[in-house]
Design a protein around this ligand. Structure first.
Ligand SMILES: NC(=O)N[C@@H](O)C(=O)O
Ligand code: NI
Length: 167
């Protein structure tokens, strides 16, 4: 069983796995006669394969207990998958780089601070959505269409928090 302490999420550390969605670190420009700031093109949506299309969904998830014990990671080879909390929920992220086999030494764990969302790149191995402390509601953008788009890979990981996330 690999033991990991989830580290605070940063765009740099997450770069091999996808994008961090966070208005605090993004450029914006005024629209609607200056009434609105548009934080534009924050993550790259990938929709590959036959009849591929972009889905917008809402996930309402029950919280996970810590330490978080996983026995698999999953990947979506045909598309990206983005999770954006709607009420500043914090969640745990466990990822490994795209590839046919997961190297346990390359598995990383992160925890968000409530203002961050993530967009997993197509093929990035990840734990299923794991919200902390309370029921979470997330906007999810991912790929629909024909073909198989969810592979599982056995992996035993126990994840704890080195420090409680703080906004
Ligand atoms: N199955 C599903 O839609 N969700 C998972 O892919 C997940 O990453 O939570
Ligand atoms: Ni997924």
């Amino acid at each position: 069983m690999r033991e990991l302490n989830a580290e605070p999420l940063t765009p740099e550390a997450f770069a091999p796995f996808g994008d961090v969605i966070d208005t605090r670190i993004a450029d914006c420009f005024p629209i609607n006669a200056g009434r609105t700031r548009r934080y534009h093109d924050l993550a790259t949506v990938e929709t590959l394969g036959e009849d591929a299309r972009t889905l917008i969904s809402i996930f309402v998830s029950q919280p996970v207990a810590l330490p978080l014990e996983l026995d698999f990671l999953e990947r979506h080879p045909l598309g990206s998958q983005a999770f954006m909390p709607l009420h500043e929920e914090c969640f745990v992220i466990v990822v490994a780089p795209p590839g046919e086999v997961i190297d346990p030494a390359q598995v990383r764990a992160f925890v968000t601070d409530g203002r961050q969302g993530v967009n997993y790149r197509a093929g990035t191995w990840h734990a299923i959505q794991s919200v902390l402390e309370r029921e979470g509601e997330f906007l999810v953008v991912d790929r629909g269409g024909e073909g198989h788009n969810c592979d599982e890979h056995p992996l035993e990981v126990r994840v704890n928090l080195a420090q409680r996330p703080s906004l």
